[in-house]
Design a protein around this ligand. Structure first.
Ligand code: ADP
Ligand code: MG
Length: 401
């Protein structure tokens, strides 16, 4: 049996992969990604008034109404073209500002970290949906992709290998200069939602900063994200951080920076054992930090049950999760649904779908599920805002709290 020339073999595969990605992008001629437009009823609901009020404001010239667009509607007698006002999230926020209905309860940026050493449990799915939900609600949101696999980045219309360079990720902010974070924040097509993208080279942080340690200028290796975020967080109400499925320094930085740590967990016995192990790792981390006279910022911890298919095995495992993590388990679960899977195949979220992929009911159910989870997390953040006027100076979460 002859030996494989590993370098040539995988180099050729990677090269043909890149070419195929380029071709797919050219075929996929959808142009820039955008949110499906809102009609006046949905718009009014988001703004927090009636549709009539919106129309009156427009008539009175209190706001600049967007152009009407022709849209095709499916009626009983077949499709017909009607002219409708089509609003986007920028319009919604503009009207909110005119009416004073933008939420104003944020007392500081809450850093929400979705983390678990396991992959495939819904960290990225929940991070992106939650960040978009907060933006829909009218908050100023920063979504940080700390996973070199960059699935969160790709939801925003990028092919990380082709569109994102090393210079565009957090690598430099974490390894060289915390102020570099300002250079890598980019707006998205969601008004009020900014993104720090990722790509494969971000994994060099895990190699480059491994083994702990402290740099006289940049500070300890585990607190680099904390210092970078401190530079820009006055610009945001919520900072959502998606993490890699490993326990390297990238993940430790996220956990150290977190005010609110959410561990998405699939209801399987394997995942439960791995989560118990994860708790031990977190306890050890806090212990070593204490010995170095450093303290974590954590105020709140929750487990989110994800990918529950409602079958007897999952239901039993979900009960075990509740028995272990008790009141720390969120009431809402991100049940397994075909709609999430199908929209992910198109690199979209459930909030971005203009037409349901399956039946209307399945779509509605997926939307309700996601909204329930996001609402519960946002309610918990509101409690943190009420408790805290300055999140970083408060007493951190204590044993038995
Ligand atoms: N509730 C759900 N229903 C159906 N599919 C899901 C659900 N949550 C996640 N997925 C799918 O599972 C896969 C892994 O999810 P992802 O969020 O990328 O996990 P992680 O970030 O933890 O690795 C993705 O293909 C995603 O679309
Ligand atoms: Mg992920």
């Amino acid at each position: 049996m002859s030996r494989l020339d590993v370098e040539t073999f995988f180099d050729a595969l990677a090269e043909s992969g890149t070419q195929t990605q380029e071709q797919i992008r050219q075929l996929d001629n959808r142009g820039e990604k955008a949110l499906p437009p809102f009609g006046v009823e949905r718009m009014a609901k988001l703004v927090g008034c009636t549709a009539n009020h919106i129309r009156n404001m427009e008539k009175a010239g209190r706001v600049q109404a967007p152009e009407s667009k022709e849209i095709v509607q499916q009626g009983r007698g077949g499709p017909k073209t009607v002219k409708r006002r089509a609003y986007d999230l920028r319009d919604v926020n503009h009207y909110r500002d005119a009416l004073g209905t933008r939420p104003n309860d944020a007392t500081g940026a809450v850093r929400v970290v979705f983390s678990n050493q396991k992959g495939g449990v819904g960290k990225s799915t929940t991070s992106v949906h939650f960040a978009q939900y907060c933006a829909l609600t009218g908050y100023r949101v920063l979504l940080v992709d700390l996973d070199p696999q960059a699935s969160t980045t790709s939801v925003f219309g990028y092919i990380p290998d082709l569109d994102i360079e090393d210079e565009h990720t957090l690598r430099r902010a974490l390894m060289e200069d915390p102020d570099h974070i300002s250079e890598v924040i980019r707006p998205t097509y969601w008004d009020g939602l900014d993104l720090v993208p990722s790509q494969l080279l971000l994994q060099n942080v895990d190699f480059g900063l491994a083994g702990g340690g402290r740099d006289d200028v940049l500070g300890p290796n585990w607190a680099r994200l904390d210092s970078a975020l401190a530079r820009i967080e006055r610009l945001y109400d919520v900072i959502v951080i998606d993490t890699p499925p490993s326990m390297g320094i990238l993940n430790f930085n996220a956990v150290f920076a977190a005010h609110y740590l959410i561990v998405p967990m699939a209801p399987s016995m394997f995942d439960i054992s791995s989560s118990i192990n994860y708790c031990r790792v977190l306890a050890q981390l806090a212990d070593s930090l204490r010995q170095m006279e450093a303290q974590m910022n954590l105020r709140r911890f929750n487990v989110l049950v994800t990918r529950n298919d409602g079958g007897p095995e999952h239901l039993r495992a979900a009960q075990v999760i509740r028995a272990i993590y008790r009141e720390h388990v969120l009431v809402h679960q991100l049940m397994q649904t075909a709609e999430v899977q199908k929209s992910a195949n198109d690199r979209k979220t459930v909030f971005e779908i203009d037409k349901p992929r399956g039946s209307k009911e399945t779509y509605r159910r997926a939307l309700d599920l996601i909204t329930g989870v996001c609402e519960e997390i946002l309610t918990n953040i509101r409690t943190l805002w009420l408790e805290d006027l300055s999140l970083t100076e408060q007493e951190p979460l204590r044993k038995g709290a």
